[in-house]
Design a protein around this ligand. Structure first.
Ligand code: ADP
Length: 551
């Protein structure tokens, strides 16, 4: 059932344009979509510049896609020319145009991709808003509404697009004022790719000058790996040819590349600023918040690769969905190959974003090759270790609060690793935090616990329940409390499962105090002592009772 958009044909005019029969139809955005659009425009108004970052980012993704699909279907890159993003402005017409020669879209894809907002994310978005989530702008990025940010600065958007590999007359024009409806019309377009014309709102026409656009691009989109070209009109004064005549002014159009267009991960670390990393993270993750931490490394050895890995500050909405697309972007010699899901990073680190670029795979690498590539296996091991080290450094460093933020968002996910990744079990275990009988907050590590163990204590004692209160009031704890042993209180549903895979840590055995064979050294002694304390009188009574009642 199409819940997010109801298509209503308002007019259906058949215009005969000679060659192409142009069928124009108008469709309604769904009510919720309109509300969302208004909300977004309103809430992002103060940060209106980001519209350009979003559109350039989409153009860059479209160029990636065309390059990748062109590896296996050369038709798609025929006549493409240099992959690039082109910006022009027209102060008189009050328009700003962003053009790319990327993959483009056909009619169905236009309806699918920008005819609805955020597709299935819309419902979740509204639910979160209803749950009184304040930071709308932060939410927006998580729901894929990037394209619509165009309406922050434009009161009409005209998008013309043609899918690479499809005929010239299969192009389509999408147009909307962002209020209630959009129209679709067939057209003809000489080159494949997408052109977006923004008809600027009056209050934003001051952006239509070289310096404003240039500064937005260098601020937000410098890292984009394709050239962002801008057409710049310059007026020049030409001296008079003959004496006595006035000099003339002529205007010339120059085309200039605005961004540096080098892949950020290929640059020397010392040449990359924190802001560069943060903007790049936002580009690949579609997150509006800055990342919590990142790590940029060039690895040389048996396998050579560069990795740039980010840990977000917040978990994404779909983190607990079964088949969500996760993982790092795989590049081969700077050419985007694919989102490599579990080939580059294990599932329990699915929150990590970033890129891996290697020269040790062929450019025309297929999915089949990736399925069983020892190169990828080594990279995956390296990347996994790198992430665990980065997290461990955070956990043991000075920024304890930052680690607490991380743990609150992702602690449960990394626990899956105890069961999934036997080779890194110990390193993952180091990252875990729990409450204990010594500390109510979730901040006790196994290392802390061992540091506080009583002399001669051999085991790490723990109990699993479904909440902290039950854990603290468990009758099993009494004897440990009285003997001064600390017990770790595990209250997460996954903990019981996880402890099935964890039998020891740094040589100390884990013992679940609620399960059977607990061998608390002096508890055993206590029990032994109890028997001789029975007086002769007691014994006589017990014997009598036994006689009467039998066994
Ligand atoms: P997101 O980029 O997060 O998916 P957007 O609203 O920005 O969300 O874009 C929706 C979709 O529209 C994109 O996923 C892509 O499929 C398509 N799209 C947007 N811009 C372009 C473009 N310049 N070329 C081709 N497809 C595009």
């Amino acid at each position: 059932m199409p819940i997010f958009i109801t298509i209503k044909f308002i007019d259906q005019l058949m215009v005969n344009t000679g060659e192409v029969m142009s069928q124009k139809e108008t469709m309604q955005f769904q009510t919720e979509v309109n509300q969302l659009l208004k909300l977004m425009i309103h809430s992002l108004y103060s940060n209106h510049e980001i519209f350009l970052r979003e559109l350039i980012s989409n153009a860059s993704d479209a160029l990636d896609k065309r390059r990748f699909e062109g590896l296996t279907d050369a038709k798609l890159i025929e006549n493409q020319g240099n992959p690039e993003i082109f910006i022009t402005m027209d102060a008189e017409q009050k328009t700003l145009t962003i053009r790319d020669n990327g993959i483009g879209m056909n009619r169905d894809e236009v309806i699918e991709n920008i005819g609805t907002i955020a597709k299935s994310g819309t419902k979740a978005f509204l639910e979160k808003l209803e749950a009184n989530e304040k930071d709308v702008s932060n939410l927006i990025g998580q729901f894929g509404v990037g394209f619509y940010s165009a309406f922050i600065v434009a009161d009409k958007v005209t998008l013309t697009t043609r899918k690479a590999g499809e005929p010239e007359d299969s192009a389509v024009i999408w147009e909307s004022a962002g209020e209630g409806e959009f129209s679709l019309e067939n057209t003809s377009k000489a080159v494949a790719g997408t052109e977006i014309v923004l008809h600027m709102r009056d209050e934003h026409i001051n952006l239509l000058n070289e310096w404003s656009i240039r500064s937005i691009i260098t601020k937000y989109s410098d890292h984009i790996a394709y050239p962002v070209m801008m057409e710049i009109e310059r007026t020049k004064t030409v001296p008079a040819e003959q004496e006595g005549e006035e000099p003339t002014t002529v205007s010339e159009v120059e085309i200039e590349q605005i961004n540096s267009a080098t892949s950020i991960w290929q640059r020397d670390k010392k040449d990359v600023t924190d802001e560069d990393y943060q903007e790049f993270y936002k580009h690949i993750s579609h997150d509006h918040a800055n990342p919590l931490l990142w790590s940029h490394n060039k690895v040389e050895g048996k396998v050579n690769y560069t990795s740039l890995l980010f840990v977000p500050e917040h978990a994404q909405q779909n983190m607990w969905e079964q088949n969500q697309d996760y993982g790092l972007q795989l590049f081969v010699r700077r050419v985007f190959i694919m989102n490599a899901t579990d080939k580059l990073i294990p599932r329990y680190l699915r929150f990590v974003k970033g890129v891996v670029d290697t020269a040790d795979l062929p450019l025309n690498v297929s999915r089949e090759i990736l399925q069983s590539s020892s190169t990828l296996d080594s990279i995956k091991q390296g990347v996994t270790r790198r992430v665990l080290t980065m997290l461990n450094n955070l956990a043991t460093g000075d920024e304890k609060e930052k680690y607490a933020t991380f743990y609150k968002e992702f602690g449960r996910v990394i626990k899956e690793g105890i069961g999934e990744d036997a080779s890194n079990k110990e390193n993952i275990a180091k990252l875990l935090r729990f409450a204990s009988t010594e500390n109510d907050a979730e901040e006790v590590s196994f290392t802390d616990y061992i540091g506080r163990m009583k002399e001669g204590q051999e085991n790490i004692y723990f109990i699993t329940t479904d909440n902290l209160n039950t854990a603290k009031n468990s009758p099993h704890l009494e004897i440990y409390r009285s003997k001064g042993y600390e017990v770790i209180l595990m209250t997460d549903v996954i903990d019981d499962w996880m402890m099935g895979f964890l039998s020891e840590f740094e040589g100390k055995k884990f013992v679940n105090i609620a399960k059977g064979d607990v061998n608390l050294d002096d508890k055993a002694e206590d029990e032994k002592k109890e028997e001789p304390e029975l007086s002769n009188e007691d014994k006589a009574i017990i014997d009598k009772i036994t006689n009467v009642l039998g066994e």
